[in-house]
Ligand binder design. Structure first.
Ligand code: CTP
Length: 400
């Protein structure tokens, strides 16, 4: 899986209770196709045994400076990305001061690239001016810090100091591996999921969209360095945890308002949401009773958000539409939608095909550009589809 496949990731584990979560990080990296080497400090080994990491990676865990000659130099050179999770106050202090007294600190000091550090410690240790100064120094040296998060700490305390979740660290490693990209610092707005249009206080008209395709685009754009706003309708699938700016809406009207607010400085908009076309004309307060003998629900059209979004977005903003079409005539209909909505690209999918559309992890899409050229991609994971779409959209980005 891009960008992890065939990449070498060095994972340093120092001594904190969160070390058990690093096993999950290692598992995710391996699953995504990375080659992982773990360095365990002696205090790290008090929390998680080397056997756990050896079982996962199939490689001996490195623990001592004296296991072989010059391995601290080789390991740093070997790695495409280096992550330390958890990074304790002591590890951070040593790294800030340039102390190299064990295999991990020596490797970090000798490495040609900076590390991703996931601090984890007690809240008072984190807030101590010495730790704060060390973190500042480490940022200045070019290391990237992820977290710590606020929450429950060891021994029943609460505060800043929790290691961020492995999923987020995994995403950050992905961003570190991704390298340079035209998406860096570009504002990207993604819509995802269904909308719910209320019939009364307990019922709504919705659709089967799970939000997965939009989430995958948001995650891939974030990984490439974009500044992502994810506007999502109600979905049981959680948004990617690394996306900080998630705006949750319910109706098409709310999605439109959120879109307009996010659009002003957008470089690209991906309209992956399945926005309602019609909504009940007069949603009722309370519950419509069976005894009311309701025979029909009057509906009225919802605005086409994409067609109107084009007006609020900067002139050179790239608009990527999605089209749900069932059956043969899909490509012609999607071409027409691209034209009518003023989009630059349209991504067509047919949820009636196996492994495509709503509620599944995979998709089969056809990407159509303004010239009308249509490219059909094989069935792949939505995360992979997202990268294919971003590759094509990147060529059309403003200013490139
Ligand atoms: N879309 C939108 N606002 C709507 C409906 C759709 O912005 N009220 C956007 C969708 O997010 C998608 C694109 O328009 O990017 C096409 O959506 P689709 O449901 O395939 O097409 P519709 O325009 O709704 O046309 P139809 O339902 O007739 O196929």
């Amino acid at each position: 899986m891009r960008p992890f496949h065939d990449k070498r990731v060095l994972v340093g584990v120092s001594g904190g209770i969160a070390a058990y979560k690093t096993a999950e990080l290692v598992r995710r990296l391996l699953q995504a196709g990375s080659d992982v080497q773990v360095i365990l400090t002696s205090s790290g080994a008090r929390f998680v045994g080397a056997t756990t990491f050896e079982g996962l990676t199939g490689r001996p865990v490195m623990q001592s400076l004296w296991d072989g000659s010059l391995q601290h130099i080789d390991l740093g050179r070997w790695a495409d990305a280096i992550v330390v999770a958890p990074a304790t106050a002591n590890l951070l202090a040593k790294l800030a001061a340039g102390i190299a007294d064990d295999l991990l600190t020596t490797t970090l000091l000798a490495a040609p690239r900076r590390a991703l550090l996931a601090p984890a410690m007690n809240v008072r240790m984190f807030e101590h001016p010495a730790t704060q100064a060390n973190l500042e120094t480490l940022r200045g040296y070019g290391h990237e810090l992820v977290g710590p998060a606020f929450g429950e700490l060891a021994e029943g305390e609460e505060g800043w100091g929790r290691m961020v979740e492995p999923d987020v660290i995994f995403a950050c490693v992905g961003r570190a591996l991704e390298g340079e990209s035209n998406w860096r610092d570009k504002r990207v707005v993604v819509t995802a999921g269904p909308t719910w249009e209320p019939v009364d206080s307990v019922r709504f008209i919705g659709n089967r969209s799970s939000g997965r395709m939009g989430h995958a685009i948001a995650a891939a754009a974030w990984r490439r360095g974009a500044d992502v706003v994810l506007i999502t309708g109600p979905s049981h699938v959680p948004a990617p945890p690394e996306i900080a700016d998630v705006r949750t809406v319910e109706t098409a009207e709310q999605m439109g308002a959120a879109l307009n607010a996010a659009l002003t400085d957008a470089s690209a908009v991906f309209m992956a949401a399945a926005v309602a076309d019609f909504k009940p004309a007069a949603p009722q307060e309370g519950k419509i009773r069976r005894a009311s003998g309701l025979e029909s629900i009057a509906v009225e059209p919802c605005p086409d958000l994409l067609a109107t979004a084009g007006r609020g977005a900067p002139d050179d903003c790239l608009l990527v539409a999605f089209a749900v079409e069932l059956g043969e005539a899909g490509v012609d209909s999607a071409r027409r939608k691209l034209e009518e909505k003023g989009a630059h690209l349209i991504v067509l999918n047919d949820p009636s095909e196996p492994g495509a559309g709503f509620e599944v992890e995979t998709n089969r899409v056809t990407i159509i550009d303004k010239s009308g050229a249509a490219e059909t991609l094989p069935q792949m994971l939505k995360a992979e589809v997202a990268d294919e779409i971003l590759d094509r959209a990147e060529r059309l980005l403003p200013g490139d």
